[in-house]
Design a protein around this ligand. Structure first.
Ligand SMILES: *[C@@H]1O[C@H](CO)[C@@H](O)[C@H](O)[C@H]1NC(C)=O
Ligand SMILES: *[C@@H]1O[C@H](CO)[C@@H](O)[C@H](O)[C@H]1NC(C)=O
Length: 362
């Protein structure tokens, strides 16, 4: 029955794990950086803290409470330094204002500084959550550090803006290898590169060709294909079952990830993680900050709870991960104490308590 948990997806560890330095354990315990972020971040990370406490998970938190509403890029240094010490973090989302005068994204600055280049988001239908299509199960692996998010924009003359999208062979190769390694380790069969190479022939062409080459040369066991991003969006809405692992440049991953969230019941259900060679940061896969529902005790903490179970697997604490993900899935499947976004009436606190009660019965 619990093949629907995330356990089988990640049991063998992530691709980056091969090279990654695991954090030091002291007295059998790990210290992990906790970054609640803005919006609903505090509420949903509190939920994880409570669940870990109830389960006696051997993790100590080093909390970095930093709001993008008050801080700028220098403020992010605190979070970066904590991550460098601990190597592993659990993170909410910092708000990024959409106006032109505000600072750029702290999230992007943070990921770039730590070079956590690969974002993984898991889109898997939940038993008990009503959606138009059932049994969706796809993974989006998104390049985190370049592409449209290079942050290089300038107004060359008044009324003319140049916004640079940087694509490199080296970074396309490493995200391609990450995607294929991920597919192999997690028993997935096909990797599809998403691009717009018919229009952006050089940049997106480089990305698509690099993924194809690496696939053909180094990973003959995995099927490799490619799809134009607009078609990918239509196909994802109409026939998502054809996709297994999608590998994308930065912006397309963000957009397709939001389609994926809609397919399975909303952003509150999408766990995710970011990996580099040295650091791993676990954060909801669909990066919604939730400023509009902040502090109302209505947010769905599932995405954060399941992201924390991915973190536990990364740390080798698989039994804790299995129990917590199973309790979360069972609580949702029963549907008695679920949050408003998926049709329930429970608060964040009530749902968290329901998961803790469920854990006591497992
Ligand atoms: C790989 O692709 C080929 C050709 O499109 C197809 O016949 C085969 O079933 C695919 N294999 C897997 C494991 O998806
Ligand atoms: C769109 O994708 C489907 C497969 O997902 C493919 O069969 C079709 O040819 C594609 N259409 C275009 C215009 O690329």
């Amino acid at each position: 029955m619990f093949r629907n948990t995330l356990s089988h997806i990640t049991k063998r560890g992530y691709a980056a794990g091969r090279e990654q330095l695991l954090p030091k354990k002291y007295g059998g315990r790990y210290t992990v950086t906790l970054i609640p972020g803005d919006g609903i971040g505090k509420e949903v990370t509190d939920s994880v803290v409570q669940i870990f406490e109830a389960e006696n998970v051997p993790v100590d938190w080093e909390s970095v409470e930093l709001s993008a509403l008050e801080e700028n890029h220098e403020g992010v240094q605190k979070a970066v330094e904590s991550l460098k010490r601990n190597k592993v973090g659990l993170k909410g989302i910092w708000h990024t204002p959409a106006d032109q005068t505000g600072h750029g994204s702290l999230n992007v600055a943070f990921r770039k500084q730590l070079d956590i280049f690969a974002n993984v988001a898991l889109f898997k239908s939940f038993p008990g959550v009503k959606t138009k299509l059932q049994d969706v199960d796809l993974v989006i692996i998104r390049e985190n550090t370049e592409g449209e998010y290079s942050g290089l924009e300038h107004e060359s003359v008044p009324g003319v803006v140049e916004s640079l999208k940087i694509m490199t062979k080296a970074k396309s190769e490493r995200i391609a290898r990450f995607a294929f390694d991920f597919a192999l380790k997690n028993n997935r069969k096909a990797v599809c590169a998403v691009h717009k190479a018919n229009i952006m022939k050089l940049g997106d062409g480089l990305f698509r060709n690099t993924v194809s080459e690496i696939g053909a040369k180094e990973y003959p066991e995995v099927n490799v294909s490619s799809i134009i991003v607009d078609n990918a969006s239509m196909q994802a809405v109409a026939k998502p079952h054809q996709f297994d692992v999608l590998v994308t440049p930065n912006l397309y991953g963000s957009i397709l990830g939001n389609i994926g969230a809609a397919l399975i019941g909303g952003p509150g259900l999408v766990p995710g993680a970011n990996f580099g060679r040295e650091y791993a940061v676990f954060e909801p896969g669909c990066r919604h900050v939730g400023l509009d529902i902040k502090g109302q005790d209505v947010a769905n903490p599932t995405a954060m709870i399941l992201s924390s179970t991915l973190m536990l697997r990364h740390l080798g604490l698989n039994e804790y991960a299995d129990r917590i993900s199973r309790a979360t899935y069972e609580t949702i499947a029963e549907g008695k104490r679920t949050t408003k976004d998926i049709g329930g009436t429970a608060t964040t606190t009530e749902f968290t308590n329901a998961v803790i009660d469920k854990l006591a019965t497992l």
